[in-house]
Design a protein around this ligand. Structure first.
Ligand SMILES: C[S@@+](CC[C@H](N)C(=O)[O-])C[C@H]1O[C@@H](n2cnc3c(N)ncnc32)[C@H](O)[C@@H]1O
Length: 207
């Protein structure tokens, strides 16, 4: 165990306190999984009580930044939750990122004031973004599918078995990034089981 991994009370740190490199993140999560389980950690058993869905690293964020870097116009994040994805991305791209969420308080998420309170489809109408980002849409949602159907470029992040699995989204034409940096709350670092990825809709990677 490395000293940075726990606070002075012996509690595992919140890995989203700051953006860390993938090798640190994966070493940390392996120890978390050995000691208490990844899901328990992601369900708030960490120094800030943070709920985690996708676990970010510098490399993962950079791969999203690379996709949006040439976008002309604002980037809209819907269902942004605690805003960490937008915050980390904002530090790596010189783009306006509008982060929105309906702030559904059935989730134990601390929504920062700067996250705009918006239903996802309403935000799409109001901001007419050049790219939409959606990370971990809920189980029974069809928002990702509706956005893809609308023709807007969509970067969808999540676990297809946990995030709107019945919406039909992945029946639509898409590019799967096969990101080696994607880590989700139901994964196992010890068993090398990774279920999440980045999926692109209405985005041509050749341009
Ligand atoms: C599983 S959380 C994911 C949060 C965040 N994207 C993340 O990865 O940590 C789903 C979020 O979607 C929001 N949400 C659910 N339905 C929504 C809707 N129709 N429009 C906007 N936000 C919605 C909830 O409030 C919640 O914050």
């Amino acid at each position: 165990m490395e000293s940075w991994m726990q606070n002075s009370n012996g509690v595992f740190i919140d890995i989203h306190e700051e953006l860390r490199g993938y090798s640190n993140v994966i070493r940390f999560l392996r120890i978390v999984e050995e000691k208490e389980g990844l899901l328990q950690y992601c369900n708030g058993n960490n120094s800030r009580g943070r709920l985690l869905f996708q676990i970010f690293s510098t490399e993962f964020i950079q791969s999203i930044a690379d996709i949006i870097t040439n976008a002309k116009g604002p980037i809209l994040e819907v269902m942004a939750g605690d805003g960490k994805l937008g915050e980390f991305l904002g530090s790596r791209v010189d783009k306006e990122i509008i982060a929105t969420d309906s702030k559904n308080y059935t989730y134990d998420i601390q929504y920062p004031d700067w996250i705009l309170e918006y239903d996802a489809m309403q935000a799409l109408d109001d901001f007419d973004p050049s790219v939409v980002i959606l990370c971990w849409e809920p189980l029974y949602s069809d928002v990702g599918d509706r956005i893809a159907k609308s023709g807007h470029p969509l970067i969808w992040i999540g676990d297809p078995n946990r995030c709107a699995p019945k919406s039909g989204l992945l029946d639509r034409e898409h590019i799967r990034m096969n990101s080696k940096y994607a880590i989700g709350r139901y994964d196992s670092i010890i068993n090398k089981l990774y279920n999440t990825d980045i999926y692109l809709f209405n985005i041509d990677m050749k341009n």
